[in-house]
Design a binder for this molecule. Structure first.
Ligand SMILES: *Cc1c(COP(=O)(O)O)cnc(C)c1O
Length: 399
């Protein structure tokens, strides 16, 4: 997924400046506050809290670390179970596995590729300590049903919202449903500072301890607010603060959220418009967005009829110097997943989709002529190598 590319290449992802990054980073250097929780970190916190209406937002060094912090806050311990989709990035579960939890994998829905809420109840046991929905591509999971189920069994929900910042489910922002939510500002995400993340906290009872765990287990935040006259070791903890230089970069991106979202939504709509008839004619699935979900256009994917068509399309793109990628290898079939009891057939939809999904190049500054090139290669794919692979005979499989 490298963004290093030659002229004429269309990469899968390319980070883009929103405008004031250099300016803000220069200001951070002038102020010479380059460790964590300086003025730019505080501005990012306020920006996220106000924009989303969360009780507390805390920047972290990554989404992975935000999830680790969430696992610490929930006192996850050996013997506990957490329910997460198998169709996700490893960090969604590893943050909890590191505390000794056993991941219990939930299959996904065929339409949104999100955790299938209809399967949830039979995965809940007396050991379940968290449910971790992932809003795939920034399209909201069925949060009404998930939250009801979680409440019925008194299990907290932690949203992995790495894809979904500023996305909405029934008008309400993703990341505001669970007791906590984790955001990513990795270079491949919609808003970025290279490496970074945030923990969003919706339960006020967790705020103070979150500040402590994030500050190496000390009450340093209280000290800076003048609430104690020295700070000391009071709890478990680690070091999860990003440098204020990175927060300066991030703030420039967050402030331009409307512009960034607008560009991404235009790219998404264009792919959809240009590929819709082709997809229908060839048994290819396009992303499904339920009417009650507003998504922040994190990605655009195709679901090919079978694994050979998927591999052939990726090769056809590569031949035109366009990088498409697939997504995710089922976690329950990875070497670690197998150790936790994963076996083939356990999450059949995940296994099927994982073989057939292609993500097309998608980044804020993908220009119209490059996007046209991608569309042309995809649309002409039929005549290239596919007929041999039975592409024409495949039935529509994602509707
Ligand atoms: C990118 C991603 C992460 C990890 O984000 P980092 O900031 O790189 O730690 C976690 N979960 C999902 C679903 C992601 O896409």
């Amino acid at each position: 997924m490298s963004h290093i590319s030659l002229p004429g290449d269309i990469p899968f992802n390319r980070p883009a400046l929103a405008g004031r990054e250099m300016d803000y980073m220069a200001q951070a250097l002038e102020q010479m506050h380059i460790s964590g929780d300086g003025p730019f970190s505080r501005r990012c916190h306020v920006c996220l809290e106000n924009a989303l209406g969360v009780k507390r937002a805390l920047l972290t060094t990554s989404c992975t670390h935000a999830l680790e912090l969430a696992a610490l806050l929930l006192n996850i311990a050996p013997g506990d179970e957490v329910i997460a989709p198998s169709f996700t990035f490893v960090c969604t579960v590893n943050a909890f596995v590191m505390r000794g939890a056993r991941p219990v994998f939930c299959d996904i829905r065929r339409d949104t590729l999100n955790m299938d809420e209809r399967l949830l109840e039979k995965l809940i046991t007396p050991q379940t300590r968290a449910i971790i929905p992932v809003h795939y591509a920034g399209v909201g999971c069925e949060m009404d049903k998930i939250m009801n189920m979680a409440a019925a069994y008194s299990v907290p929900v932690v949203e992995d919202n790495a894809h979904g910042l500023f996305g909405r489910y029934r008008g309400r922002y993703l990341g505001t449903f669970g007791i906590m939510a984790a955001q990513s500002f990795h270079e491949t995400k919609n808003f970025s500072c290279g490496e970074g993340g945030a923990l969003l906290i919706n339960d006020p009872a967790l705020v103070e301890r979150a500040e402590i765990l994030r500050e190496k287990g000390t009450d340093r935040s209280r000290f800076f607010r003048g609430q104690v006259d020295k700070y000391t070791w009071v709890d478990l903890g680690s070091s999860y603060l990003p440098s204020d230089l990175l927060a300066a970069f991030l703030l420039a991106q967050l402030e331009q959220r409307e512009v960034i979202l607008g560009k991404r939504q235009a790219i998404w709509r264009r792919y959809h418009r240009e590929l819709d008839d082709w997809a229908r004619d060839h048994g290819v699935g396009l992303p499904t967005v339920p009417p009650h979900c507003d998504h922040p256009a994190h990605m655009f994917h195709l679901i090919m009829p079978d694994v050979r068509a998927r591999d052939a399309l990726l090769a056809a793109l590569r031949a035109e110097r366009i990088l498409g990628v697939f997504h995710y290898q089922p976690l329950h079939l990875a070497p670690m997943g197998l150790k936790f009891g994963g076996r083939p057939g356990m999450c059949p939809v995940t296994e099927d989709i994982s073989d057939r999904l292609v993500r097309l190049p998608f980044y804020n500054d993908l220009n119209a002529s490059d996007q046209d090139r991608v569309v042309r290669v995809v649309r002409s794919f039929r005549s290239a190598a596919v007929c041999r692979n039975g592409f024409d005979k495949a039935k529509p499989s994602n509707h």
